[in-house]
Design a protein. Sequence first.
Lengths: 426, 260
Amino acid sequence: MTADLSKQEPVDTPPPAGAAAPPVDPRLLVREEGFAGYWSEFRRKLRSGELGSLPVVVGLIIIALVFQLRDSAFLGAENLSNLFVTAAGTGLIAVGIVFVLILGEIDLSVGSVSGLSAAVFAVLNVHHGMPEWLALVLALVTGALAGVLHGYFFARIGVPAFVVTLAGLLGWNGLMLQVLGSNGTINLDDSGLVAGLTNHYFADVSAAYGLATLGVAVFFLASWRDSKRREAAGVPSRPLSEIVLRTAVLAVPAYAVAWLLNQYKGLPLALVIFLGVVVALDFVLRRTSYGRKVFALGGSVEAARRAGVNVAAVRISVFALSGTMAALGGMFLASQINAANQSSGAGSLLMNAIAAAVIGGTSLFGGRGSTWSALLGVLVIQSIASGMALLGIASAVQYMITGAVLLAAVVIDSLSRRTQKTAGRV
Amino acid sequence: MSAPPVLALRGISKRFGAVQALTDVELEIHAGEVVALVGDNGAGKSTLVKTIAGVGPADDGVIEWEGRPVTVDRPHTAQELGIATVYQDLALCDNLDVVGNLFLGREIARAGVLDEVEMERRSRELLATLSIRIPSVRIPIASLSGGQRQTVAIARSLLGEPKVVILDEPTAALGVEQTAQVLDLVERLRERGLGVILISHNMADVKAVADRVAVLRLGRNNGTFEVRSTSQEEIISAITGATDNAVTRRRARTAGEGAP
């Protein structure tokens, strides 16, 4: 997966010798040919603070090694499979947070919105007998509407997003308690659609391998086709060797995870949906003009406005997306406990979701980020939680360690920003 | 003069509350001509530019575009007519690369998907025709020097195929070499047949590239000068009003009318 994480930055190749050679700035460092070139480029990027997803990948490996040494069950099939399933709910919420963070804003209401949507689903489905799919859609719409409301107050009225969503944090939590009523807990149908979100597995071994193959093949073909088009258009393109290398870097973890999942119950539906959302929204961010506008707002609101971007509409839509993702994540969290109750969306959920996005490498300062950081960040947080549980360490220690990891991530973000400034990048 | 001016302002007035910011201002820009707009701070240069760019429409007066009176009440209208404005603060997104900034707000997409290849190709083409040297079109704007940013901002204004480009202090805060690059670029705009309004405080720049100098003083025209036949001192005294009397005004007027 790592190969896909770094932003696609084509590397300038030396211009072809000849009359048509465009003027090249003599100060431009031309990359060496072959693998020596990759290495020097990599080191240059590290020095100038473009760490990308490297710190979090290194962190994940360290966490895995530490826990594996303490308890060999950590990297076992069952533990990792469960880890992926439990990570999905928080991870989906974190994906929405990534969009808000790219704007340079924050959404503190996601925990409460996720709890509210779970309660809405439970009441509609269990108490009113509404079909599950319809109740699910309405629960997601509830999240979206909550987000639109936040976005409206932020973008149109001009209230700081921090305050609007803080009000949302309290207000939606109150509404959830109201919706749940005096009973407090509503148990869900344990063989229904929502229960299946986290307890359905594609047991056939071909499912996990098939998904891994599909992902790797699509990645390779898309990169290759892009490179061909670039070559045809006469703009710098990636050499085939680099595409193969990147594909291999993606293929190794993809097949390893597929093999591991097949050792347990197979490919979890939760992981498929989570990966699907991450890939789809990554596409939206990087390859559509909507995504470009989101990044532009994170860079300079005034520049975006003068370029004709409808600032308010983009802002409201981002908060709506964050609310929708919170609702979707809330369904997964409700699915795990098979109930909606008064503590849904409470506790450390909000902090974990924001921490996941930041730990994964999305900047708190706006303008930089990727949906993949939600995936990586939530894996870090869930790994810590899972490893601590295996070792029987109290949640008190777990909070402290997660807090320390978050602090480390923010420190890396700030330092890399500073280094980038001195290196003339951002 | 045979062809009508591409852009002409007739009797533009603008008030802000109790302040009469512009009074009966006249300005003409022909194709392939660089007109420097000079004046002291508060003389009304920015206000005038805003009326042309559609950001702050005038209270009175007529804007003529290629001889026809037009209403410019929104930035969008100005852009559609073919008026591009490069503001002093550039309005670039630091986190986006050069291509992303050039095409911000007018991305090229195929079936809803950004066509990065085509945008990159056109960016290189555009920068090459303007002889703009940027290390790579795929690096973030943040890593460019001030002069390079300015050239990117100007290049961006050209993407909409404008006929008039307004440059608001393009060389303020630039070094010697970078200033020269921007001035070169202004000359290339003139060679391409564009009308350029250059706002500047720097008389050396004005003398270097402008064909005519329009002086604003306290919201009024204070003369239009042919750059070749006017000394720097004359322009400066028009700006400061040191020789603001009937004689200089008359001389300025006849000089302006006698322009080729």
